[in-house]
Write a new protein. Sequence first.
Lengths: 374, 334
Amino acid sequence: MKYVDEYRDGATAAKLARAIAALAQPERVYRLMEFCGGHTHAISRHGLTDLLPPNVEMIHGPGCPVCVLPIERLEAAIHLALSEGVILCSYGDMLRVPAAKGRSLLKARAEGADVRMVYSTTDALQVAQDNPERQVVFFAIGFETTTPPTAVALLHAKALGLKNFSVFCNHVLTPAAIQGILDGAQGERPLDGVIGPSHVSTIIGSQAYEPFAFKHALPVVIAGFEPLDVMQSILMLISQINAGRHEVENQYIRAVTRSGNAKAQALVAEVFELRPSFAWRGLGTVPWSALSIRDAFADLDAEKRFEVPAFTSQDNKACACADIIRGRKKPRDCKLFGTACTPDSPLGACMVSSEGACAAHWTFGRFRDGEAAQ
Amino acid sequence: MTTIDLTHGSGGRAMHRLIKDVFAQAFDNHILAQGNDQAAFDVAGGRMVMSTDGFVISPLFFPGGDIGSLAVHGTVNDVALAGAKPLYLSAGFIIEEGFPLSDLVTIAHSMARAAQEAGGWIITGDTKVVERGKGDGVFITTTGVGVVPPGLELSGDKIRPGDAILVSGTMGDHGVAVLSQREGLSFETQILSDCASLNHLIADMVAAVPTLRCLRDPTRGGLAATLNELAHQSGVGMAVQESAIPVRPEVAGACELLGLDPLNVANEGKLVAFCPPEDAERLLTVLRGHPLGKDAAIIGHALDDPRCFVRMETRMGGVRMIDWLSGEQLPRIC
């Protein structure tokens, strides 16, 4: 497969693995966080940890949009879906995510809610145009990658004068989340380097990471999603760490520039503004970490069009997601992992999507856990 | 008459005509022609095999097949995978009011053709019509019977550590072909469903390698589900190599785009075979000598593992598990 196979070549991977092993100093530990769930998935799916020396440790960050959406926002979406006359359009991997008491959009659908899986915001707009007598709500989630398409949908809806379309906005921001993790470290040194997101960085550009790389003296390498991208980025990070540098480097030059996609940024700025705070599943409340719809588009904001009661739900107290996302614990350190919490009945954020740290370890890596439950 | 209505399921003249003009004509054989409510037939000696399967698929017509060919191939394969020669099939239809008659005729002929290729007969059936909105066009249930030659006993609990694992061809073709036609996801593709009856291929395999342990078709849940099922059934682990598993580039590309794993995608004309390691090359030669097995490959082996894990050496040189899916595979956001 062209443009993919080149980045999945076993011989090149072995070469990079040898270079990493040669460069990594045996007397120290390298704690590297891949922020993005796409990287977590790539590392697990391709078995990359087997190619790293034991002192290079990968910490799976919170960059899985499905995982970090707080339960109360999902409860609100389920509430909207069950409202009279509403069609709720959602991306596919949100459907199975459990809310309180094991509820989910999929279960709401079985109860009679009209929940439709869409592949793009254009599909959601089409549903609204095809069903003028129904209220169509688009359940917008995700990081900077999925935000511009939502902005475009809102602009189109406004231009078309669509009265039956609205957006339930849950878009969140990557740099704010990384900042949240670093600020929450309180004296401990959790990370030696960060592998920066692929797709998100095509939008926001590599400069978005410069402030915290500087403030926290933290090396960052923006990496593509293919396994060789990840391997090369790990090599670049170790090289920075050894040299005592803390720069934002870009491995993913085939797609990411320093300033990012100006057009997408302008669209987002036109339609959205910062929320003062947003609760992340697993991370808690992070200031200025999410977006809401500007007043100019208030009539397309589902939170203003519908009565959405405030839900309060909490994760299971034994859940170790917060520590796992911050790199303090491994999935197998959690008491719930593989016992009460599995991908079939997830309790914590890290288990809900295949990109979450716990789900990835369960699906691809649990055969390594000596006596872990099956 | 251009569409099916409720009278076609009422037991009266309309139903009689539908059965005569559509099904009896398409499935024409001397047992069905007796016109009884049941089919009577003689049976050769040996163990009988029986299997039943319900088919609900959207869309009903897809590149490389339709619900009719699928309903025959699927049941023929379930019978044949026990090493049996499929003999007779029954077919039950649940048709939604308003369903185009021409589509039903196409489906019936497609079933007849599939049965003929497989060398089996559709000898009894049933027709019901449900109100509009209470079905999805047409649902078909087929049941098949066949006879296993004496001495042959293929079963999912017979795999032993060391046994070779083979697949008969490329993985994921059917699932991607069907997905490509699904509403809201249409994309241009040359991929055809691999939907086919495997009984002739299986007859060749059984004749050449009587030591075969077990055969299974990796349908829903794909190769991943089948390997896990069999690992648990036999109480063994398995190790496969990613680079050895055949996947068409078009299928791999579509899966990349949609965030799916080809190992979890359904097949309808492929099988997984297990045999003692010393017979693996011979089995591979037999497979490759048949048009339905030309892309066959040895993909790994069974091993001793009380936890029954299926692991895979990746192209990158690492090892990871192949697990069952949790529910239906859903496309990922990014």
